[in-house]
Design a binder for this molecule. Structure first.
Ligand SMILES: *Cc1c(COP(=O)(O)O)cnc(C)c1O
Length: 455
């Protein structure tokens, strides 16, 4: 019964993956034409599974982006390690509900072991808890929910039961170059994104600890400081040691670090200095689907005090019989997939050395890209390349126009941003399969597009 549909999926996946190194990356498509390939009236009768899958395989093709391939440099996008991809298929086939240990002892055990491994890799406190969530967005929400609960609990206020109205709400501080998902988390949790005091950043996007200290001096009561490892445009990491000194000098203070991709620097000996002091925080948001190269969607909400996470997020109902040890006590979801399994497989297949190599290789490739791009007279590299991000500006071409021209060429894909009030181009290296040749080919495609645009 299953064989036919799994064979279809296997063939489609095999062909897709084999094509990744050579297929045009993210060619522009007409959204209406794409939609028309899939659209039609709701079918009154069903179709055989194999026919559904065959039709889908044919229809999807033009709208699929080779974002898992070696020359996709948009956003911060990881590929999928073979072991992680295989494990992800096993997740769907076994279809476990990871909410409670009684629903899947296997899932609970995998979470426990994966937690220990990830904390070890990242140099974080071994007793911290991890919630396996969809991405750094929900990791930020989960961690800041734990912070909100703990800071208010210390004031004798149960925010879970009594809400925020009338509460002694902590003052939130965040860097000038904080990621939008931290602001979104503040919105969802009732802190209000505009209420956050913004601590100015330096020219690389790093929070200024001296200004944090000055701003904190004017604040009474509990504080929640949101720092960052890996600014999304430059890759810059906040000076976490100095920030931890400032935060730890206060009572009732919580330090959260959004390290969606940058926290993986802690796993690489040559990059670890960039996040020195990170283990002194109270919570950390990390993605597995970016730099660890686990398929979407996979993020890690890490909290030093497991009870803070559990008290903020666990749900209870008589029929559930969940206890604090159960996985659902660490995530906002109730039912969810066995998301830890591909993380386990990725870490098991790479080992400590392989994770370090992956991080260091991507950083070296980013430096190569910056050097090769910087040799072109029409390009200005805008920030130091300490991690895996390259930020640059074409001098005589609009960055958006350049991004579209590069997409039409199909060799690679780069996105845009705004830096220092002017548009710029971002080039992010986060895929295990990218090679030095991929970088040179892509730089040639980008400089070629500039040369054509400037005649
Ligand atoms: C990507 C990113 C996020 C959000 O991660 P998602 O995986 O999209 O949820 C948060 N913070 C930083 C710094 C990021 O780079």
């Amino acid at each position: 019964m299953w064989d036919d549909s799994l064979d279809r999926a296997r063939r489609f996946a095999g062909e897709w993956l084999a094509s990744l190194p050579d297929r045009p990356v993210g060619l522009p498509v007409d959204a209406d034409a794409m939609r028309a390939r899939l659209d039609g009236p709701l079918p009154p009768e069903g179709l055989p599974a194999t026919q559904v899958l065959d039709e889908l395989a044919a229809a999807l093709e033009p709208g699929l982006v080779a974002s898992g391939g070696p020359r996709y440099f948009g956003f911060v996008t990881g590929g999928a390690l073979p072991a992680a991809l295989g494990a992800d298929w096993m997740v769907s086939a076994t279809d476990q509900n990871a909410a409670a240990a009684v629903m899947s002892p296997a899932a609970a055990a995998v979470e426990a072991v994966t937690t220990r491994w990830v904390l070890d890799l990242l140099g974080l406190p071994p007793d911290a808890a991890i919630g396996f969530v969809t991405g750094a967005q929900m990791a930020n929400v989960s961690c800041l929910a734990a912070a909100r609960h703990a800071l208010l609990d210390a004031k004798g206020w149960d925010v879970g039961a009594d809400g925020l109205a009338g509460a002694p709400v902590p003052t939130v501080l965040a860097g000038g170059k904080v990621h939008s998902t931290v602001l979104q988390a503040l919105r969802l949790l009732g802190f209000g994104s505009d209420r956050a005091v913004r601590v100015p950043a330096d020219d690389q996007g790093r929070m200024r600890p001296d200004l944090l200290r000055d701003l904190l001096a004017a604040v009474d009561g509990p504080v929640l400081v949101c720092a960052q490892a890996g600014q999304v445009d430059t890759g810059a990491c906040d000076p976490l040691e100095a920030i931890a000194d400032v935060v730890h000098a206060r009572e009732q203070a919580w330090l959260h670090v959004d390290g969606a991709f940058g926290l993986w620097a802690a796993a690489a000996p040559s990059r670890r200095h960039l996040v020195a002091g990170v283990a002194r925080a109270h919570s950390w948001a990390v993605d597995a689907h970016k730099w660890l190269n686990v398929p979407y969607d996979s993020g890690l909400a890490i909290v030093r005090d497991p009870a803070a996470l559990t008290r903020a997020l666990s749900l209870s109902a008589a029929y559930l019989a969940v206890d604090a040890q159960d996985p659902s006590g660490r995530t906002p979801e109730s039912s969810r997939r066995h998301r830890a399994l591909p993380v386990y497989a990725a870490v098991r297949s790479l080992g400590r050395r392989g994770v370090a190599d992956l991080v260091e290789r991507c950083c070296a490739l980013a430096r190569q890209a910056a050097e090769e791009l910087g040799r072109h007279p029409g390009i200005e590299v805008l920030a130091d390349v300490e991690l895996n991000q390259v930020l640059f500006r074409p001098r005589d071409v609009d960055p958006g126009e350049l991004s579209r021209a590069v997409a039409r060429d199909g060799t690679c894909w780069v996105g845009t941003t705004v830096w220092a009030d002017r548009p710029a181009v971002r080039f992010s290296v986060s895929n295990w399969s990218t090679t030095p040749e991929d970088i040179s080919r892509s730089v040639a495609a980008i400089t070629g597009a500039i040369d054509r645009a400037t005649g």
